[in-house]
Design a protein around this ligand. Structure first.
Ligand code: SIN
Length: 281
């Protein structure tokens, strides 16, 4: 097994490794180190059953469920379907428009996931890439006076489902009353310290960050927009172009991501697990 960096921003390919195999602790330690160093790991040409995808994910921690239970894979509550496939009745099998905006997975929960593992079962010939933005780099690029301004700020995150559902091509089913009740949102620091690397990363995202706490509305909007500019600067982005049977593992504690559109007549069918994280500090 060896590690090939894919860019100097983030992203590395783990070559010569089968995520479905039994591997020893030394191998796991090497992969963990690569994850700390590169924030996105790409495992190409993996032939994984759903059980193997779940088992590999569990090596990293407990698996979180997802609030949108209607899109979990039948028989596998750990797997969220990100897919534009339909069932026999013409109903979407998964979330078709998942992540079509900059976001950090599930930042609207009090304890957001540390990482996500997305497995590409069918991928389009063009489009449908995933962009990853390093929030370490974004933080580093912020001028000192702005760093001081946001150092102790907190932000409210909320799942803006209604807006997402209302977007032009959304096929999402409405939330149930129970789901609405659970979506209370969360408050997190604007800058978090990664619990393993100890590096600081920006932790606000256009998808779910609603406002800054104790900052008047106009200033909150303006500050967030400025921070989003650093967070999504092309200079901090790595683009992952999918090949079928890629398993991509990314670190939600220091990255945002964004799925790009693809032609409506192609299929993009993926399964995602999310691994439990810790309260951002
Ligand atoms: C997601 O936001 O987890 C989905 C990303 C993707 O489909 O590329």
């Amino acid at each position: 097994m060896h590690i090939n960096a894919l860019s100097d921003i983030c992203g590395a390919e783990v070559v010569g490794f089968d995520c479905g195999s039994d591997f020893d602790d030394a191998t796991f330690a090497a992969i963990r180190e690569a994850f700390s160093d590169h924030s996105v790991l790409v495992f190409r040409d993996q032939h994984l059953t759903p059980e193997q995808h779940v088992a590999f994910s569990k090596r990293w921690g407990n698996i979180n469920g997802h609030i949108l239970t209607q899109y979990l894979v039948a028989g596998y509550p750990e797997l969220l379907a990100v897919s534009n496939k339909k069932d026999d009745a013409g109903q979407p099998l998964g979330i078709e428009d998942a992540g079509r905006y900059w976001h950090t997975d599930v930042s609207y929960e009090a304890v957001p996931p540390m990482g996500s593992l997305l497995y590409g079962l069918e991928v389009p010939a063009e489009g449908g890439d995933t962009l990853f933005a390093s929030q370490y780099r974004a933080y580093e690029n912020i001028p000192a006076d702005l760093k001081d301004r946001v150092a102790s700020l907190k932000a409210r995150h909320r799942f803006n489902y209604v807006q997402i559902q209302a977007s032009e091509d959304s096929t999402r089913k409405p939330l149930t009353e129970e789901q609405k009740k659970q979506l209370v949102g969360a408050v997190h620091p604007v800058v978090r310290t990664h619990p393993e690397t100890n590096r600081k990363a920006l932790y606000v995202n256009p998808g779910f960050t609603e406002s800054l706490i104790d900052v008047v509305e106009n200033e909150s909007r303006a500050l967030l927009d400025t921070l989003f500019g650093y967070a999504t600067d092309p200079a901090v982005i790595y683009r992952h172009t999918w090949q079928v049977r890629d398993l991509v593992f990314w670190d939600n504690r220091c990255l945002m991501h964004h799925a790009t559109p693809y032609p409506a007549d192609s299929i993009r069918h993926m399964h995602r697990t999310t691994v439990a994280g810790s309260v951002p500090v």
